[in-house]
Structures are given as C-alpha cells and as structure tokens.
Design a protein around this ligand. Structure first.
Ligand code: KIV
Length: 306
C-alpha cells in the first residue's frame, strides 16, 4: 500500500489563490497524453491544462471546433495517469456547454468523474456567468477564458487580437469581473493588449493567466507543441519557443533511416544472444538441409556467422 506521505503534495486551488495574494507567478502548460503529462508533472509547473487546442496540435484539425467530449475525456484520463502533483484542468470543447446549464453541468461532472481532473475551463465572459455559477454549485471548479476565445473564431473572423478599442477593452474587463462574480477561481486572458490584461489583473481577486496578454498577468500559459517547437509552422507572436524539437525529431528519424539502410543499426548491444546457438543451427541443418535464408557474405549459410 502507498502511504499518502510518499506522494508529492498536489497543487490545490486554494494554493493558487494564495500565490496571487503573495505576488507569486502561476505557471500553466498544456499536455494531452501520458508522456507530456509525466514530464510536466516532474517539472515545476502548477497547472496542466488538457486544452481543446488538442484538436489542432494532436488531431490535425484547422481549429478547435471539431473535438468532442469523449475525445477530451480520453486525453484527460491519459494526462491524469502522468500527473501526481500538478493540478489538472480539462477544457470544455465547443458544443459541450453552449446548450445551457444542464448540459454544461453534466459535461463538467463527466470531466471530474470520468477524466479524474480537478477543474474545468470554458470560454466566454458575461454570457457564460450563469453556466459558471451552476458548475461551481455542482462542485465543478471553473477557470474562465476571455478575450480571444478560439471557439468564437467565426464571429471574430479568425484568431484575432481582441479588446483593441476602448469599448472592446472595457467589455473584456466586464467579462473578467462577471466570471469572478460567478465563482470562477481563475481566468485565462488570451490575445488582448497588455494594458487591458494589467487592469484586469489589478482589479480581480482571482488569478489571471495570460497567453498573448503581456507580462502583468498573475500567471502564463503556453501550448505544449508551441513552447517546444514541435510543429513546422510559424508560431503566433505571443509564443516563445524554448526548444526546437521539430528539427531534433526530424534529424533523429533521418539518422535512424540512414543507419538502417547502411546496416549500422541494430548494433551489438541491441541484439539478443542465444546460449544454444550451435545446437540450434545443427538442428536447423538437420531439419531444413543447407539453410540459406541468412546468407553469409559469400552467399551461403555459415554457422559460425550467426
Ligand atoms: O486549448 C488551449 O490550449 C487553451 C489555452 C491556450 C489557454 O485554451
């Protein structure tokens, strides 16, 4: 039996609120599977988000709209197997909460019950306040997401920076205040001007987590494939690539292909030996005659060369 003291202490929602009060930054990154979750859980990251961005970076869709609840739950379960320390948050996909409170609560509970995560994230401000309150009432902790909400891409005409005019900026401030009042414990601010994010961060009790929202948020979030440079695509302006794994992985695949073609892989240490090789080969000769499936350099089978 494992004693609870053997496990690393889990990041909790109260601990995140305390971080804001103490002026300590919160770190969040996305993960979608067991290995990525395992790596992040061994890093210092606070929150692992199973983002609906997986529709794009894992499943190859052009936007986040097609991903379904069942797919999100499938990935959340895999992430949970890799996370013992960090707080895992499941992202409500498009169509899982827009139909009203009862649908939202049902799907929020699915994330907690089936996915095993501690909280959910959903997109929208004032217009989602009722849904957020219903989820919180049902013991589903919520991170809200305002500004450039990718599920609204058709209304925005693409993934466009939001809140550039005074009126639009004030509307995002109202969204952030509304989701706080509804009970969200944090809010993601995506692709908005830095001064707007700074004002929101100063006015809210709950932490703000920025992506394309400048330095003055309480925390930051980036997508796994973006910060690792895993895709061969021009990143958005707000992305900082901390590695170039696309090149590393491409080089590794090409080195493997070259070594297989040139007979350099597998090497001595990659093969399994057999104690009774001689007896085995004698027996093969008895049963099959002069066996030539493994030709020597000269083209005929030689026992000593196996
Ligand atoms: O889906 C996602 O990865 C997100 C983050 C970018 C916040 O919503």
């Amino acid at each position: 039996m494992t004693h609870s003291s053997d496990l690393p202490a889990r990041v909790t929602i109260p601990a995140l609120l305390q971080k804001k009060q103490r002026g300590q930054k919160i770190t969040m990154l996305t993960a979608y599977d067991y290995p990525s979750a395992y790596i992040l859980d061994h890093s210092e990251v606070d929150i692992v988000l199973v983002g609906d961005s997986l529709a794009m970076v894992m499943l190859g869709h052009p936007n986040t709209l097609p991903v379904k609840m069942d797919e999100m739950i499938y990935h959340t379960k895999a992430v949970m197997r890799g996370c013992r320390r960090s707080l895992v948050v499941g992202d409500m996909p498009y169509g899982s909460y827009q139909d009203g409170m009862s649908q939202a609560v049902q799907n929020g509970i699915r994330f907690i019950k089936e996915g095993g995560c501690a909280a959910i994230k959903l997109e929208g401000g004032k217009q989602r306040a009722g849904i957020i309150a219903a989820l919180v009432e049902a013991e589903v902790p919520v991170i809200a997401h305002v500004g450039m909400t990718p599920q609204s891409m058709h209304r925005f005409g693409g993934f466009k920076v939001q809140g550039k005019s005074v009126q639009a900026a004030l509307s995002i401030v109202e969204d952030a205040l509304a989701v706080q009042e509804a009970g969200a414990f944090a809010v993601v601010l995506e692709s908005i001007p830095a001064p707007v994010a700074q004002v929101i961060t100063l006015r809210l009790r709950i932490p703000t987590i920025g992506i394309g929202a400048g330095l003055h948020c309480d925390g930051q979030v980036l997508v796994w494939h973006d910060f690792l440079g895993l895709l061969d695509a021009k990143p958005a302006r707000f992305v900082k690539q901390y590695a170039n794994l696309y090149s590393e992985m491409l080089n590794a695949a090409n080195s493997y292909c070259r070594e297989v073609r040139e007979g350099l892989f597998p090497e001595e240490q990659h093969k399994y030996d057999m104690l009774e090789t001689e007896q085995f080969l004698d027996r093969v000769e008895e049963v099959y005659g002069n066996y030539s499936a493994y030709p020597s350099d000269e083209g005929s089978f030689q026992k000593g060369k196996v």
